[in-house]
Design a protein. Structure first.
Length: 300
């Protein structure tokens, strides 16, 4: 049964703990179990990860962060996670809509190239570093595809977030893309960031640990804004001896709910001519815009 705790970080726990974080420090070390929680403050995730490392050993804890709407968020609706899912739903429901782009992946890549990102909270980088400074293995697992590699690392670096110093081996990753076990599309692990190309995060994380070849952690502390990703990881690791402490990050929920599709469509109409000029003059090395087109059975 879930219990709600009234605080700014609104926890929802699947088990009753005798104490939380630094409280009751003299109590016996609790036996690890799966945990579901939610928070709008990454400080809570960092505090919990450090507490688990203190209780169970740093070598037995792995911290996993999502990127979009967990660590970083777009400065505008266009190109955001919520824009992508709006386009995906629109493609299924109204394939002849004038607001539908002909290739949402290509458009999002172009917007990633052109747009900056902000941290979801002012001290996001600080909270990641707190975990890293404690000597805890920390990585990012994102649904972004390999085509988005350059803007992803650019924005992480610009916002002072780096995962390679505390990445699981190999710290610098593998030089080439690979299709993970149980996967169907190429993925890339580089400098502690795993670009999974929208594949099942539980299976992808398991495949990464297997390919890495090291000792599996006893506890994975994972922060992600999407409950389905956390559920996928928890389901995948059930029975493996690795417990999942799944934290759903809620800070961006209001921005996601307030997404304005019409405004995003106007933003794309205004931005596209400039991107076309850049592509024409400098070449399609960083992005390749799709032709403006509708399905053949749509009436112009």
């Amino acid at each position: 049964m879930l219990s709600r705790m009234p605080s700014r970080a609104m926890l929802a726990l699947t088990l009753l703990l005798p104490c939380l974080l630094t409280a009751c420090v003299t109590s016996p070390v609790p036996i690890p179990q799966n945990l579901k929680a939610e928070t709008d403050d990454l400080t809570m995730v960092a505090d919990w990860a450090i507490r688990m490392a203190d209780d169970h050993g740093k070598e037995d804890v792995l911290v996993v962060f999502d990127i979009d709407n967990t660590l970083l968020a777009m400065e505008q609706g266009l190109g955001s996670d919520q824009w992508y899912y709006w386009q995906k739903d629109l493609d299924n429901a109204e394939p002849c809509s004038p607001q539908l782009v002909s290739n949402r992946f290509a458009v999002q890549g172009a917007v990633f190239y052109a747009s900056a990102m902000r941290t979801t909270q002012p001290d996001a980088a600080k909270q990641v570093r707190r975990i890293q400074d404690d000597g805890i293995a920390t990585i990012a697992v994102t649904s972004r595809g390999t085509d988005y590699r350059l803007p992803t690392f650019r924005e992480l670096r610009r916002n002072d977030i780096s995962f390679w110093p505390t990445a699981i081996p190999p710290q610098r990753g593998w030089p080439e893309t690979f299709v993970p076990e149980a996967g169907s599309r190429p993925a890339l692990y580089e400098d502690g960031v795993f670009l999974t190309a929208g594949q099942h995060k539980g299976l992808m994380l398991k495949a990464l640990l297997e390919k890495s070849g090291g000792e599996w952690p006893s506890i994975i502390v994972m922060a992600d804004d999407k409950a389905e990703n956390l559920a996928a990881v928890m389901e995948t690791f059930t029975g493996t001896g690795t417990w999942i402490h799944a934290w759903r990050y809620t800070r961006e929920d209001e921005n996601v709910a307030a997404f304005n599709a019409a405004e995003a469509a106007q933003q794309w109409d205004a931005l596209r001519p400039a991107l076309e000029i850049i592509e024409e003059v400098l070449g399609p090395d960083n992005y390749s815009l799709p032709e403006k087109s509708l399905p053949a059975d749509c009436t112009p």
